[in-house]
Design a protein around this ligand. Structure first.
Ligand code: HEC
Length: 132
């Protein structure tokens, strides 16, 4: 009796864990709203981020095109993706995104993304950066 209860809990544990891992992040529902809210002001049209780097977050295609120097999202590999490295404070503070320079600061735009937002973007890249 005791043993089967243990077994039951053990399998329940596996079921819960794998459900958590296989949860798919949606670009439209989860990732895009973060980018639109925190990045679009500079990375669209004639925004300073576009002028300086050519990087726009207006659409999925723009995002995947990256900067004028190349892609910032490597599907399946967040650690090689500068998009992730720049928001996760792994880059020099001077080039962190969103930027922490004075004008951005006074415009209230200096805030980093939250840990949950950063993890969402990381998981999305690691799951293949799909337009889902
Ligand atoms: C206040 C304006 C501003 C905001 C907000 C902003 N950026 Fe930027 N971004 C810039 C500027 C300016 C550059 C070019 C200069 C540089 O590379 O530091 C840039 C460059 C970049 C680059 C290219 C870096 C490279 O390798 O050349 C990426 C990727 C990027 N931003 C991502 C983001 C993301 C993601 C967000 C939102 C989380 C964001 N940015 C928010 C202004 C902004």
């Amino acid at each position: 009796m005791r043993l089967s209860t243990h077994k039951y809990l053990y399998f329940l544990g596996i079921a819960v864990t794998s459900a958590g891992c296989s949860q798919e992040v949606s670009f439209q529902k989860d990732v895009n709203p973060i980018l639109q809210e925190n990045c679009l002001s500079c990375h669209d049209g004639k925004g300073e981020g576009v002028e300086a780097s050519g990087f726009s977050v207006r659409s999925y295609d723009d995002l995947m095109k990256g900067t004028k120097f190349g892609q910032v999202v490597v599907p399946g590999d967040s650690l090689s993706s500068s998009l992730y490295r720049l928001i996760d404070h792994q880059a020099d503070p001077k080039i962190q995104m969103p930027p922490h320079h004075d004008e951005a600061l006074s415009a209230g735009k200096m805030q980093s993304l939250s840990g949950a937002q950063i993890n969402t973007i990381k998981a999305w890249i690691d799951q293949g950066a799909k337009n889902n």
